[in-house]
Design a binder for this molecule. Sequence first.
Ligand SMILES: [Zn+2]
Length: 106
Amino acid sequence: MLTQTIRTNDLPLQCPCCGEYYLHHDKVEVFSRKSEDQEGIRSVTQESGRTFVDTDMRDNPSRRRDGLKIHFWCESCDKKSFLTFRQHKGSTYLEWANASPGQAVL
Ligand SMILES: [Zn+2]
């Protein structure tokens, strides 16, 4: 099977707060549900290498389906931001969500 990499552009990801290119991801959360509106599983991988699984779905970007949340911090402005994927009615949406600096990280 042949695969192909498709890039939207050759620029790195920009910080959604200041526009600079010095973003670092330090945590990834994957939210999985067996079916719509059901309880689910959250898988978390942190920068330290610590990984764990629980049933805390409060931060799922999708209220009813699966979601993915990548935590970033910016070297230029020191703000935290989140790149999210959320499923809604059979479609997948990619969005930025921001948080204030110093927000607690698990
Ligand atoms: Zn920034």
